[in-house]
Design a protein around this ligand. Structure first.
Ligand code: AMP
Ligand code: MN
Ligand code: MN
Ligand code: MN
Length: 285
């Protein structure tokens, strides 16, 4: 079940635990040949990852996972093959990081009110200079004994309805599609099967996304089961969206998810890399 492509991974530039260089070396050791680094709302890790990819002989696709707001909730969009020098994209990402920072302070205060003190400082320590996210809070909550696992930390403290949940206003979905396109990238809906949408809400999202010019969706993700993959493949075919494959790897601490360990794309879908010319694949050479 080892895949040549893994187009969704995180490093210490956001909430992953391997540095960009460590991540690339690890992917190379596993046998991944084309890796996208897609940190949350930042492209900070891409330079280092690209240099290392060139050194170890794999292809690094410059990517990003962007927080957007749609339908009263959060949708993550992947931008693949982006030019990280694009001003529109960088201005947009800078705004989202500000939202992230203000949200983190509010999360800290929410947890404070529920009797957990020092969570903001603790999360900040786990972020080691990166832009703070809920995964950093979760790691701190586990370390401080407030939860037995990351999963439990989200369940008890951080997910919708819990004291550490703060609804954030991210960028509108359509704006983010435009930033990605202006940066020369392809826009894909990250892990669509994970939003727990009804079938009709999923169809509304995909229809609107296509209308905005969106390019594709993740049909294979490490957190999907077989039904999710079959379901997402049917949606990709119906809405004529390109299909992508990504582990959403965050580091070796999560023993269930490994870089590049992914089932193949089902037949009938069009892989996002089908249209990639030498150009997109030569980026790290
Ligand atoms: P944020 O963008 O800061 O709201 O954080 C979202 C991130 O939190 C995801 O990318 C995952 O890394 C992590 N996350 C979300 N839900 C869970 C969960 N149930 N268990 C572990 N990590 C999670
Ligand atoms: Mn994450
Ligand atoms: Mn995501
Ligand atoms: Mn991700």
């Amino acid at each position: 079940m080892s895949s040549i492509y893994d187009l969704h991974t995180h490093s210490t530039a956001s909430d992953g635990t391997l540095s960009p260089v460590e991540l690339v070396r690890h992917a190379r050791d596993i046998g991944v040949q084309v890796l996208a680094l897609t940190d949350h709302d930042t492209t900070d890790g891409i330079d280092a990852a690209q240099q290392e990819a060139a050194a170890v002989g794999i292809t690094l696709i410059p990517g990003v996972e962007i927080s957007t707001s749609w339908g009263g909730g959060t949708i993550h969009l992947l931008g693949l093959g982006i030019d990280r020098g694009c001003r529109d994209l960088q201005q947009g990402l800078a705004g989202l990081r500000e939202t992230r920072e203000l949200r983190a302070e509010k999360i800290g205060r929410g947890l404070e009110r529920s009797g957990i003190s020092g969570a903001y400082a603790g999360a900040k320590r786990f972020a080691t200079g990166a832009h703070i996210g809920r995964a950093h809070f979760a790691r701190h909550l586990v370390e401080a004994g407030h939860a037995e696992s990351m999963r439990k930390a989200f369940q008890k403290h951080l997910k919708v309805g819990r004291p550490g949940y703060v609804a954030a206003q991210w960028a509108p979905l359509e704006d983010v599609v435009n930033w990605i396109h202006t940066a020369g990238g392809q826009a894909l809906i990250a892990h669509p099967a994970c939003y727990s949408f009804t079938r009709s809400k999923m169809r509304r999202l995909l229809a609107e996304f296509v209308e905005m010019g969106g390019d594709g969706m993740e049909v294979v993700s490490a957190s999907y089961n077989r039904d999710d993959i079959a379901n997402m493949a049917r949606h990709a075919i119906e809405f004529e969206l390109l299909a992508s494959v990504g582990s959403d790897y965050h580091g070796p601490e999560n023993q269930w998810i490994e870089v590049g360990r992914l089932p193949p794309l089902p037949s009938g879908v069009k892989a996002v890399w089908q249209g990639w010319s030498g150009d997109r694949l030569r980026l790290s050479a």
